[in-house]
Design a protein. Structure first.
Length: 329
């Protein structure tokens, strides 16, 4: 579903990518399914049109996404020669270059930047910016791009794009899921994506260490405001005791929303530097993106995140206070 503005952006992006020599495809630190799936899809597209493309990451790929076709091609930035120059960088689902982490150093002054995102707080200065806040995911936008330029989506790309859309819509339950989103998903299935396999690998093929960590988190649930707010504190000690890694905690915040009556939930992860990583979820008109924005984060009204520069306990008090104030406002 593309309007005239989107078509003009797509046309310009196509021109730049067809003319470039050595493109780079990147996304944000702590990548989720949308970031990884879309990065792989654009990498495949650029390879197919004859480009020498690199896909880079700073953070580990969560284990549940290691089944995605071509994921081994996303290289760790620390192992790449910094003298290599890129004439174009495709930046996906990233509101600013700071959110790229160390990968940002590969984008030089002469590098043209293509910014593709669906987050409203995107402030990235780019040669071409295509930001569609109505899109369910960057995966959905990538699908629209490939269809508009006449590129045939084969089975592996369909799998990556379906995983991107599936995860960023919360299994097609978030309000961002539109008739177009579902039509795109159906077309990806026709192109070769296996919906049961993808859903099983992402949600029902959990490492025993992650299951143990999930149990610890569920036993440590805290409720506030007569059960309207649910908090999940995740300490570094929990990771040590269960053998899980921080990369495998993506998506665990969803458990905060499983209890009847909960309107907003948060997963608070204790970081090594004394700060706290916060993932937020909410229902209906409860806007938690505004809260994330207070700490330099962002996201969508019902799914957002940030880093609070406070230890876990102090960060928890602050997040609980803000959530209660927002709910009562």
């Amino acid at each position: 579903m593309t309007d005239n503005l989107a078509i003009s952006r797509i046309t310009r992006i196509q021109q730049i990518l067809e003319q470039c020599r050595r493109p780079l495809v990147v996304s944000h630190i702590d990548p989720d399914g949308d970031a990884i799936g879309t990065q792989l899809a654009f990498g495949s597209y650029l390879q197919a049109i004859g480009k020498s493309v690199n896909m880079l990451r700073e953070s580990d790929v969560p284990a549940k996404y290691l089944f995605l076709p071509g994921v081994e091609q996303i290289a760790v930035a620390g192992g790449i020669d910094q003298t290599v120059s890129y004439d174009v960088a495709v930046v996906l689902e990233c509101p600013s270059l700071n959110r790229l982490g160390t990968v940002a150093r590969f984008i030089g002054e002469a590098t043209k930047v293509i910014n593709i995102d669906h987050h409203p707080e995107n402030e990235l200065q780019a040669d071409v910016s295509w930001v569609d806040v109505k899109a369910s995911s960057v995966g959905e936008m990538a699908y629209d791009y490939f269809r508009q330029v006449g590129f045939e989506i084969e089975a592996d790309m369909a799998t990556n794009l379906y995983a991107a859309i599936l995860t960023d819509t919360g299994r097609f339950r978030f309000e961002s899921t539109t008739p177009h989103t579902l039509a795109v998903a159906g077309d990806l299935v026709r192109a070769g994506a296996d919906p049961r396999m993808i859903c099983d690998r992402v949600y029902y093929d959990v490492d025993p260490a992650v299951m143990k960590l999930t149990g610890r988190l569920l036993s440590a649930l805290e409720y506030y405001g007569d059960g309207r707010i649910c908090i999940m504190p995740l300490t570094r000690q929990m990771l040590v005791e269960t053998g899980a890694s921080i990369a495998n905690t993506e998506g665990l915040v969803d458990y905060a929303m499983y209890t009847r009556g909960v309107q907003a939930g948060a997963l608070l992860r204790e970081l090594e530097n004394g700060h706290t990583k916060v993932s937020l979820r909410s229902r209906n008109s409860f806007d938690i993106a505004a809260i994330a924005g207070l700490f330099g984060g962002g996201g969508h009204p019902n799914a957002a995140g940030c880093t609070v520069k406070l230890p876990l306990e102090l960060a928890k008090r602050e997040i609980v206070r803000l959530l209660l104030e927002a709910h009562d406002a």
